[in-house]
Ligand binder design. Structure first.
Ligand code: M6R
Length: 606
């Protein structure tokens, strides 16, 4: 999730406005930044790695001349965070500059093609492909809009783009597919950005670009076309009465809620994994004598879910381990044949890194799944894969969890294929199910929220909450417990439902709240028995189950239904009511859901 910004000013210079806008967008990504302006028939660029203030101090970006410019703050997905990979990117003739937020899925294929045509690539980014592709079309058409349209018709993936050219120095070409892009219409100045916070100090009259649209922004206003057929689109500006803070949160009251709502998009981005790295990881996983899956907190839960996916789909037995316990439990067994897949959103969790350092000294193969390119995990891993979620600001992991699971499910599928463990029809079905996930996630968020809100009224005074499930329902219960406990501070336990009768059932008494996760799978029958055990002891039972599962719904005091989903992907959908429950419980209890006490986003102490 990078931040892009562009502006044209009637009087004065664009650069100081661009730098100020970048500061406001910095929360969207902050590993490198840059700006490009046009002056005297030339594109001028300043960009570097680091925080915006540091880059500004070093390079004085705001002193660039010119009335038009584009800017970018980066959250790396393709290519390490460094000055060369920082945006803007130029074509070979330095006549076109591009900033981009999103992922170009077919960039390798396009890059190969362009290289054969002798286009010279300087960066490792997917974005540079767009600059060269537009340049290639521009050489034929001599028209920037037509060239952009022709280029984008060949691009697959997600993007919001702002493009300037010395050939049309009075306009910014804009395009949007799945990544946000908003235009601001001010007095004597116009703007376009990933979110309104970039220009809200100057105007609150905005026009939202929609998916599949391109726009031409000049000082006279915005003209919008459909990319497919270049039909004109007319759209009136709206006036927003948002504070900067509300703008950062896209109008949501808290980052946690915004990030829960981001999930249809972030799951989609997680489906855009870089195939060559996924294959490399699968190759290593397949070769290991034993495979450990290592993580802390929510990332450990992702590991646990992955162990079910790997064994059920690919028949590969793996050992999910809490990172801080790894050395003590398995250290002596680690050797050259050991493979470890570490999962860490931040890539900086010290418990995880310590375990990996130990394993590396014993020549084990370390692999990583993370959200942060350039993090320690990416530097010490033999191979790593990115989840493409963008920064998560709420301390509770929400969108990063569902994205981790989405990537792990794709690894499981590739592994199954490589090991010859699934039929073509199963592969196709699973692919379809993966493809439908963003839609399912979106439906789930919308459908469960009212029910969950009223459930939070019921549960907010509970002294203790018990979460139970079987199989992947158990994994979801663990994550539910963590979310609820960290945001609402209600003491909670989570167990495999079958374990409760081996001790913990003794805490169940009249009106004790017990929450079950029961997908419609082969564990459902036994889970129903466990519900009966709880009811017999007077517990108040809440069940998160499949929409239309009336047998289960009738047993519950409170039932939250979610759409039907492939069992192996079920935690991605079933966790959503719990994320919302944790959020609303925090609100009911007067707590700040974004900043739970005693916790840090990245835990770097032992
Ligand atoms: O950055 P990581 O994924 O390694 O972080 C691991 C845990 O600290 C993290 O998941 C933590 O449990 C979250 N606050 C849970 O919401």
């Amino acid at each position: 999730m990078c931040g892009i910004f562009g502006c044209i000013v009637g009087d004065g210079r664009a650069a100081p406005i661009l730098v100020r806008g970048l500061k406001m967008l910095e929360y969207r990504g902050y590993d490198s930044a840059g700006i490009a302006t046009i002056d005297g028939g030339k594109i001028l660029v300043k960009k570097d790695v680091g925080k915006i203030d540091e880059i500004e101090e070093r390079l004085l970006m705001s002193e660039l001349p010119g009335k038009i410019g584009i800017a970018h703050t980066r959250w790396a997905t393709h290519g390490a965070p460094n000055a060369v990979n920082a945006h803007p990117h130029l074509d070979m003739h330095s006549r076109i500059a591009v900033v981009h937020n999103g992922i170009i899925e077919n960039y390798l294929e396009l890059k190969r093609e362009l290289m054969e045509l002798r286009y010279n690539f300087v960066s490792k980014t997917d974005t540079e492909v767009v600059a060269h592709l537009i340049s290639h079309s521009f050489s034929k058409h001599g028209d920037l809009l037509a060239a952009t349209v022709e280029a984008l018709r060949r691009v697959r993936g997600s993007y919001s783009l702002a493009i300037i050219s010395t050939a049309s120095p009075d306009r910014i070409i804009l395009a949007r597919r799945e990544s946000p892009l908003i235009v601001g219409l001010g007095d004597g100045a116009v703007f376009a950005a990933s979110d309104v916070s970039a220009f809200l100090e100057r105007t609150n009259r905005v026009v939202y670009l929609e998916d599949g649209e391109v726009g031409v922004l000049t000082l006279n206003g915005l003209t919008i076309y459909k990319l497919d057929n270049m039909e004109g689109v007319s759209r009136k500006p709206v006036t927003l009465n948002w504070s900067i803070e509300a703008a950062h949160k896209a109008g949501f009251p808290h980052f946690t809620l915004k990030e829960i709502y981001d999930q249809p998009l972030t799951v989609r981005e997680a489906l855009r994994i870089q195939e060559q790295y996924a294959d490399l990881i699968v190759e290593f996983l397949d070769r290991g004598r034993e495979v450990f899956l290592l993580g802390a907190g929510t990332s450990y839960h992702a590991c646990l879910a992955a162990s079910y996916m790997f064994s059920k789909l690919a028949r590969l037995v793996t050992y999910p381990v809490v990172a801080s316990e790894f050395v003590e439990n398995f250290g002596n067994a680690v050797g050259i044949d050991t493979v470890i897949l570490a999962v860490s959103q931040s890539g900086e969790t010290i418990d995880t890194l310590n375990a990996l350092e130990y394993a590396r000294l014993r020549a084990a193969t370390v692999l990583g799944l993370t959200n942060v390119v350039g993090s320690t995990l990416t530097r010490i891993s033999r191979a790593y894969i990115l989840q493409n979620t963008g920064p998560e600001i709420g301390v509770a992991a929400t969108k990063t969890f569902t994205a981790q699971l989405t990537v792990l499910a794709q690894l499981a599928l590739r592994l199954a294929r490589k090991r010859g463990k699934v039929s073509q029809s199963e592969i196709d079905r699973f692919k379809d199910d993966l493809h439908n996930l963003p839609q399912l996630v979106s439906e789930t968020i919308k459908s469960v929220e009212p029910e969950v809100k009223s459930l939070s009224d019921v549960l907010s005074q509970a002294k203790v909450l018990v979460f139970l499930g079987r199989g992947l329902g158990y994994v979801t219960s663990l994550e539910a417990r963590l979310k609820v406990m960290e945001l609402s501070y209600i003491p909670s336990i989570a167990l495999p439902a079958g374990e409760s009768k081996h001790g913990p059932i003794s805490i169940v008494e009249e009106d004790r709240n017990v929450v079950f996760t029961i997908p419609r799978d082969e564990t459902r029958k036994l889970a129903i028995n466990n519900v009966m055990e709880m009811k017999a002891r007077g517990a108040k039972v809440t069940i998160v189950g499949e929409d239309g599962d009336s047998e289960v719904a009738e047993l519950a005091d409170h039932f939250v239904g979610v759409p039907k989903v492939n069992y192996l992907l079920s935690p991605i959908v079933y966790v959503i009511p719990y994320q919302l429950l944790a959020y609303y419980l925090a609100l009911r209890r007067g707590l700040d859901p974004d900043k739970p006490r005693n916790l840090a986003k990245s835990v770097t102490v032992l």
